[in-house]
Design a protein around this ligand. Sequence first.
Ligand SMILES: Cc1cc2nc3c(=O)[nH]c(=O)nc-3n(C[C@H](O)[C@H](O)[C@H](O)COP(=O)(O)O)c2cc1C
Length: 184
Amino acid sequence: MTPDTDTAPPGAPSAGIIGGKDAVAIIYHSETGHTRAIARKAANLIGATLIEVKPKYPYCRMGKYFRGGEMAALGMKEAIIPAEIDISPYSLIIVGTPVWSQHPTPVINRAVAELQGAREGCEAIVFATCFRYAGKATTPVQEALGRAGIPARKSYVFPNRAPVADCAAALAEGVEALRIERKL
Ligand SMILES: Cc1cc2nc3c(=O)[nH]c(=O)nc-3n(C[C@H](O)[C@H](O)[C@H](O)COP(=O)(O)O)c2cc1C
C-alpha cells in the first residue's frame, strides 16, 4: 500500500466558492486514509469544499472486514454522520468511496441516498480507491446518483499504488473538462 494516507483530523473546508455557479463539493468516505488523501489534495487543486462522511457507529478493525465487507457486497446502507448532506450550493459533486468487496461502502451508499437539494443541472464525478481490483464498484454509485437526478459524467478508479498527486490531478482535469463543456 502507498504511504500516501491522510489521518489528520478534518480541518476547515477548503476555499471553494460556496454557492457560485462553479462550486464543487467532494463527498467522501475513508477508513484508512487513501480516499481522504486524494479528496484533500483534489480539493486544494479544484477549490472544492470537503464533506467527509463517517459511519455513525465506527467500525472496529475486524468489523470493517466482516460487517462492512458483507454489507457492501449486498449493497446495504450504513447509518452516517452527517445524517443528511445539503448539496444545494454546488453545481458539481465528486463522490469518493473505498472499494469494499468490489462494491462501494455502505457509508457511501447511504450518503448518496441522503443528498438533499440538488440544483437543476447538478452533475457528478465518482471515484473509487482500491488495493488491486475494484470490480464495478463505481457503477452502483453512478446509478444511485442517476436515480437522484444527478448524472455521473466521469468515473475513476485509483489503486493504492498510484501517487496521490496523480489521482488528484486526474480529478482536477475531469472537473476542468466538464467546466469547459458547460461553457460551450
Ligand atoms: C472491508 C474491506 C474490503 C475491501 N475490498 C477490496 C476489494 O474488493 N478490492 C480491492 O482492490 N481492495 C479492497 N479493499 C482495500 C480498499 O479498497 C483500499 O485499500 C482503499 O483504498 C481503502 O480506502 P481508505 O483508506 O480511504 O479507507 C478492501 C478494504 C476493506 C477494509
